[in-house]
Design a binder for this molecule. Structure first.
Ligand code: KG4
Ligand code: ZN
Length: 331
């Protein structure tokens, strides 16, 4: 089965080809247009998807060495995400399926982040996933393929959102997560104790207080600019510690609660080096197998949509032409 995967939920237009022999191509066209606004502008995102989607798909087929007529099914992100962006991918996928007779598979973006772990690897079920992205922060008990129990999620900001908003306060460009990660490597994580919220709650998260506390921490300083010039990396390392410690503690709670022997990280924030290292250490102490996607499969990509589509296709989980996008998970 040859699957063409298409991802357009936010600001990356991406296409990938996955076959029975594994991943054949993975192409991403990132939208630089948002940088000047310090965040994603939905209308501009939809327009950029519209402009690049066909070229991105063509490139993914070329790199895979597979012509369009050898595709069996198109897997496309159905949601959650920006409605206008999702519509571009979904309408494009439906058009291809209708004109070429391909099957259509609507993929949940958050599931796809989890199954990105199956591109290079094969985590054993049941496992717990710490799914941490720009829009979501979740602990998911995965009993088997597409058999999930949501253990808990964030009550306010997502972990990636916290990185991005705090980065903005620190004057870093969007998306600030990778920037904070880079600066943190040269800093002292113990430099300042930022709050670690809801440590007494087992599976839920809250990151909006951390953002406020960073704001006050800097607002109170008259020497803000020279302080940041000297201590940016220390502040980045301390912020990273505050976020990472909470994430790893909750993942540990989930291991204890479910009794799993396998855990996975998923989503853009799983690219974070401190999180990867701390999760590795904790999993070792708990005698758990830890799987983390390689960096290119952590942040948004179409390889994860294609592999998830492949797994869904194997199980007959096809969609019909009534497939509708959803902006939020609860819709
Ligand atoms: O999964 P993703 O690419 O898109 C969503 O589905 O939201 O996640 C994007 C998020 C952004 O908030 C970005 O700042 C964060 O992942 N991120 C990171 C790192 N790389 C990406 N956060 C911390 N450290 C990183 N290395
Ligand atoms: Zn994502």
């Amino acid at each position: 089965m040859n699957i063409l995967g298409i991802e357009s939920s936010c600001d990356e237009t991406a296409a990938a080809v996955y076959t029975g022999n594994g991943l054949r191509s993975n192409v991403i066209a990132s939208q630089a247009v948002h940088e000047q606004y310090g965040g994603v502008v939905p209308e501009l995102a939809s327009r950029a998807h519209h402009k690049t989607i066909w070229a991105t798909v063509q490139q993914s087929l070329e790199e895979a060495g597979i012509s369009l007529d050898r595709i069996d099914a198109v897997a496309v992100t159905q949601g959650p995400g920006l409605m206008g962006s999702l519509l571009v991918g979904l309408c494009f996928a439906k058009g291809l399926c209708l004109s070429r007779g391909f099957s259509l598979i609507g993929v949940n973006h958050m599931d796809a982040h989890i199954y990105a772990n199956f591109i290079d690897d094969e985590p054993e079920y049941p496992f717990v996933s710490l799914t941490v992205s720009g829009g979501h922060t979740q602990l998911v008990h995965v009993l088997g393929p597409f058999d999930h129990i949501l253990l808990g999620e964030t009550r306010d900001d997502a972990a990636g959102e916290a990185f991005d908003k705090i980065g903005k306060i620190l004057g870093l460009p969007y998306p600030a997560g990778p920037e904070i990660d880079k600066h943190a490597k040269g800093g002292d994580p113990q430099f300042h104790d930022f709050p670690q919220a809801m440590l007494d709650n087992r599976f839920e998260f809250s990151f909006s207080g951390l953002k406020t506390s960073v704001m006050y921490y800097l607002e109170d300083r008259e020497d803000r600019e020279s302080f940041l010039a000297e201590h940016l990396s220390d502040v980045c390392a301390s912020v990273s510690r505050a976020i990472t410690e909470v994430l790893v503690k909750k993942l540990e709670n989930a291991i204890e609660h479910t009794g799993v022997h396998t855990v996975v990280l998923a989503g853009g924030v799983s690219a974070n080096s401190m999180l990867r290292a701390r999760a590795r250490q904790m999993a070792g102490e708990k005698n758990c197998q830890l799987h983390i996607p390689r960096l290119a499969y952590c942040t948004d990509n179409a390889a994860m949509i294609a592999v998830t589509g492949y797994m869904m296709g194997q199980r007959g989980m096809y969609s019909d032409m009534n497939l509708k996008p959803y902006a939020n998970l609860a819709e």
